[in-house]
Design a protein around this ligand. Structure first.
Ligand code: PLP
Length: 382
């Protein structure tokens, strides 16, 4: 069977082949397999040097100091560490987040809410944006943390983190930002974005799954409580033997992302334009999310009169997603689309198409012609 065209880069990306080649050098007896925490021999020292070189590469993409990078198992763990770590030990804490965050943030905040933390759940505007004023209005005397995403994984909408961050900085409220969908897709610069904590993932940027990082600002010094104990690795914030091969993979992937950022953004913009141009024969197609404040690789579309489930069945040659990846096993409408005010019906008519490094113009042309055919056919039999 011919493989479908992969248009689900927002769910995960393949590992860049040059990243995979690098990772293999950190596993086998002839490679650098030592425990980076072993201080008494060269096997450990070499592994530690590799981990530190990767830390620099990840820090560099977001213009951070390498000492501000804490390795984790992925953005889910980074979000948990940031949010629970900021709230830990504070009985009367209040936090602010939005209704369209990734589940890693939503479920963490829900769990805290069940355990006594007050949570304000902000409603985004119809374009998926959260305004600075909304955030400021939600603040209370006991607000310890605001958690918002930089780029929404279903819509591609970009939040104005710099503006919100400067308001929070003035008021001494911690700001956590989930940047899993932003890294490598837009400039992320913690020197101009006043954030305190920022979550990153390896596998959304052509690195391996199972590795991520949390940026923890040093100046002003941000303190969070560890959520995993056992040896005090990562300056006491996250214990556990570091997975050298995973970390080297993420480092290499982030270095590639940094060197190609402008080119990749331009390429993705051009793919998106071709894709949308290819859909022009269809009437009744609407773009969900912001028209202007968006990353180019994610296109979320609603098709009038067509159920996403039937459309996906018809589009067997395309690998796409309805709603978030976690929700695609169920037929619940996407909570993100409901969150921006779409009716159940409208949300059931939406599909997310996401492109990336290995997507070609031919694949895009094939995808849009398939969509035109299948949507037209489904509408004709109604
Ligand atoms: C993928 C993703 C996550 C989860 O990252 P993992 O590394 O898979 O745990 C969190 N937040 C956003 C916005 C994501 O897109």
């Amino acid at each position: 069977m011919k493989k479908p065209v992969y248009l689900d880069y927002a769910a995960t990306t393949p590992v860049d082949p040059s990243v995979a080649d690098e990772m293999v050098k950190y596993l086998t007896p002839d490679g650098v397999f030592g425990n980076p925490a072993s201080r008494s021999h060269a096997f450990g020292w070499q592994a530690e040097a590799a981990v530190e070189a990767s830390r620099k590469q990840v820090a560099s993409l977001i213009h951070a100091d390498p000492r501000e990078i804490v390795w984790t198992s992925g953005a889910t763990e980074s979000d948990n560490l940031a949010i629970k770590g900021a709230v830990a030990g504070r009985q009367d804490a209040h936090i602010v987040t939005s209704k369209i965050e990734h589940k890693a943030v939503l479920d963490t905040c829900k769990w805290l809410e069940q355990h006594g933390t007050e949570v304000t759940w902000l409603d985004p505007a119809p374009d998926g944006s959260i305004s600075c004023q909304q955030v400021v209005n939600a603040l209370r005397n006991n607000t310890v943390l605001v958690s918002l995403m930089l780029v929404n994984n279903e819509l591609g909408t970009i939040t104005d983190i710099a503006a919100i961050g400067s308001e929070l900085r003035q008021r001494g409220v911690l700001f956590h930002v989930d940047a899993a969908q932003a890294a490598g897709k837009m400039a992320v610069d913690v020197t101009s974005m006043p954030v305190d904590l920022l979550a990153l993932s390896g596998h959304k940027v052509y690195g391996p799954k199972g590795v991520g990082a949390l940026y923890v600002r040093r100046s002003p010094d941000v303190r969070i409580e560890a959520q995993i104990h056992g040896g005090g690795h990562e300056r006491g914030m996250r214990s556990g033997t570091l997975p050298t091969h995973q970390i080297v993979g993420m480092g290499k992937a982030f270095a590639i992302a940094q060197s190609r950022l402008e080119d990749e953004v331009r390429k993705l913009e051009s793919l998106r334009e071709s894709f949308l141009a290819g859909l022009e024969p269809l009437q009744g197609v609407s773009l969900n999310g912001s028209r202007s404040q968006r990353v180019p690789g994610i296109v979320n579309l609603s098709f009038d009169g067509v159920e996403a489930e039937s459309l996906m069945l018809g589009l067997r040659d395309l690998a796409v997603s309805s709603g978030s990846a976690c929700a695609s096993a169920t037929i619940e409408p996407s909570f993100v689309l409901r969150g921006i005010g779409l009716s159940d019906e409208q949300a059931h008519r939406a599909l997310r198409f996401s492109f990336g490094r290995f997507t070609t113009e031919e694949e895009i042309a094939f995808a849009s012609s398939q969509i035109v055919d299948v949507v037209s056919r489904l509408r004709a039999v109604r």
